[in-house]
Design a protein around this ligand. Structure first.
Ligand code: DQA
Length: 142
C-alpha cells in the first residue's frame, strides 16, 4: 500500500502560521508523524507540498497507476480549484480530503470545497491527527 500525502499553499509554514488555528507542529514534524503511523500499519508514504496550483495538479496526476491512495489537504485551493477537482477525478485514485481546522466553522468563503465531490471522505477539524484518520480510512478500503 502506497499513500501520497499532498499539502497545498502555506502548509509549509505549519508551526509558524496562526498556531492558535493550526497548532505548533512543523511541516517536518507532520510528515514524520504520518510516515511513522503509516509504516507501523504496513503502508509506505510519499510527501509533496507546493504553494502552486499547477504543481499540485501535476502531483495528483503523477499518482495515476502508481499509488493506492491520496491524502490531500489543498489548503486555500480547496475553495477555488476546479483544476484539482478534475485532477482527482482524472486519476481515479481514492482520495481523502483533510483539513486541520474545520473550514465550515470559519469564514463563509471557506464553506465551499470543490475537491470534496471527487473524494471518498473528508476529515476536518481534528488537527493534524486528521491526517492519521485519513490514512486509516484509506487502509480500510484495501
Ligand atoms: C486548511 C483550511 C483552509 O481553509 C485554509 O485555506 C488552509 C488550511 C486546513 O487545513 O484547515 O490553508 O485547509
Amino acid at each position: 500500500m502506497k499513500i501520497m500525502v499532498i499539502n497545498g499553499p502555506n502548509l509549509n509554514m505549519l508551526g509558524v502560521r496562526e498556531p492558535e488555528i493550526y497548532g505548533r507542529e512543523t511541516y517536518a514534524d507532520l510528515c514524520e508523524k504520518i510516515a511513522r503511523y503509516a509504516a507501523e500499519r504496513g503502508a509506505e508514504t510519499e510527501f509533496y507540498q507546493s504553494n502552486h496550483e499547477g504543481d499540485l495538479v501535476d502531483c495528483v496526476q503523477s499518482c495515476h497507476g502508481r499509488v493506492d491512495g491520496i491524502v490531500l489537504n489543498p489548503a486555500a485551493y480547496t475553495h477555488t480549484s476546479v483544476a484539482l477537482l478534475d485532477a482527482v477525478r482524472a486519476v481515479g485514485v481514492p482520495t481523502v480530503e483533510v483539513h486541520i481546522s474545520d473550514p465550515d466553522a470559519r469564514e463563509d468563503f471557506r464553506r465551499v470545497s470543490y475537491v470534496r465531490a471527487a473524494c471518498v471522505a473528508t476529515v476536518k477539524g481534528h488537527g493534524t491527527n486528521g491526517y492519521l484518520e485519513a490514512v486509516d480510512l484509506l487502509l480500510k478500503r484495501t
